[in-house]
Design a protein around this ligand. Structure first.
Ligand code: DNO
Length: 365
């Protein structure tokens, strides 16, 4: 089976982009979706999942879910974690009834991806997500306020930034006080070992997303940050269902990470590839960039070549794009506009098709 191109979509009424728009992007076969109204720890019921059958008339599959978020009690290792793990298993069984094959999730304490500016000028008239190192140091409340003011003003919520959780931020920080790197590793192992039998039963791969950015923030430990830790993660639960969502942009925010090397080493354990380009600044700040290799420092061509060389058969999607052509606050989800992600797909498919052609293969996606 060839690799399958996906496009993240936040759902009817929650995303301004229409399925009929996505249908016009060449090569897309999978809509990467989630039930965004569900809180971490809640069971996704069959009737709620069934709404996604709306994808079928467009010829899209619903094979990849991003994300079924993991409850903080599991990450902290509280006694209540077993109950939340049972809920997670029930959700997996319900998802498998609809043919879901991959769950992308993350194990970052408290926060998901973190940026200091959601609409930073790139210099060509477009804007992109930006990380200013100085802004993300001690004051987690200020950073959370920036994100939450935005989501409130424009009436959208971001997965991982649920206002209900963010309202208890100080308490969450207290709860995580004893959780250092080793404790978090142990809690991740406990979670995955508990889920592996359900993965085998349902055929669903658990594909952990890289930490974004790939370093500790606000004193909270982060694990999926570099090649060494990825090796550790895969060995820790050495099961073909324990997989990666290898996000090129998250990892490469640290310029020491060579994503193409990781692809070559672990191709068979990458269930889902996120392709995003990042531009570094000497002071440690970074900006997201177009998918074109030379617009950033991530090495998009090397990464695509590595996937192609290893015969990658998983799912792939363009990750964050810039906001273009009248996309701006209020009419686009930060990082998830239509145009730059569509351009990114055409760039990726252009490279992929040429690599196929050079090997005398027919275009596959
Ligand atoms: C950023 C995304 C992440 C990702 C989660 C997976 O836009 O790549 O938020 O969906 O970390 O749980």
């Amino acid at each position: 089976m060839p690799m399958q191109m996906g496009f993240r979509w936040y759902g009817e009424g929650n995303d301004k982009i229409k399925l009929s728009d996505i249908k016009q992007i060449p090569g897309v076969t999978s809509i990467v979706w989630a039930l965004h109204h569900k809180m971490p720890g809640e069971v996704w019921e069959v009737e709620e999942i069934a709404v996604q059958k709306q994808l079928e008339p467009y010829g899209f599959n619903m094979d990849v879910v991003e994300s079924v978020n993991v409850h903080d009690d599991i990450k902290i290792g509280k006694p209540t974690r077993d109950m939340y793990i049972e809920n997670y298993k029930t959700t997996m069984r319900n998802l498998s009834k609809f043919g879901v094959k991959v769950i992308c999730y993350n194990f970052m304490p408290i926060f998901d991806w973190t940026r200091s500016n959601l609409f930073h000028p790139v210099g060509d008239g477009s804007t992109a997500l930006f990380y200013e190192k100085n802004m993300i140091q001690d004051d987690y409340n200020a950073m959370a306020k920036y994100i939450l003011d935005f989501t409130e003003k424009y009436n959208m919520s971001f997965p991982g930034w649920e206002p209900e959780r963010m309202a208890k931020l100080d308490q969450l920080f207290k709860d995580y006080a004893g959780v250092d790197h080793e404790k978090l590793w142990a809690n991740l192992k406990y979670f995955l070992e508990a889920l592996m039998p359900t993965c085998e039963e349902t055929g669903i791969k658990m594909a952990i997303h890289m930490d974004d950015p790939p370093w500790d923030i606000f004193g909270l430990p982060r694990l999926l940050t570099n090649g060494e830790n990825i090796d550790r993660f895969l060995k820790m639960v050495d099961n073909p269902y324990n997989c990666l969502t290898l996000c090129s942009g998250s990892l490469n925010a640290d310029p020491n990470n060579n994503v193409a090397d990781i692809v070559r080493k672990h191709c068979d354990r990458i269930a889902f590839a996120h392709i995003r380009n990042v531009k570094h600044f000497p002071n440690g700040d970074f900006s997201e960039a177009s998918h074109r290799d030379c617009d950033g420092d991530t090495g998009i061509l090397d990464i695509l070549k590595a996937y192609h060389d290893c015969g990658f058969e998983g799912y792939i999607r363009p990750d964050h794009g810039r906001h273009l052509w009248d996309e701006g606050p209020g009419n686009v989800r930060p990082g998830y506009g239509l145009y730059d992600r569509a351009l990114g797909i055409m760039y990726m498919l252009g490279v992929w098709d040429m690599l196929d052609k050079l090997e005398g293969k027919k275009t596959t996606v």
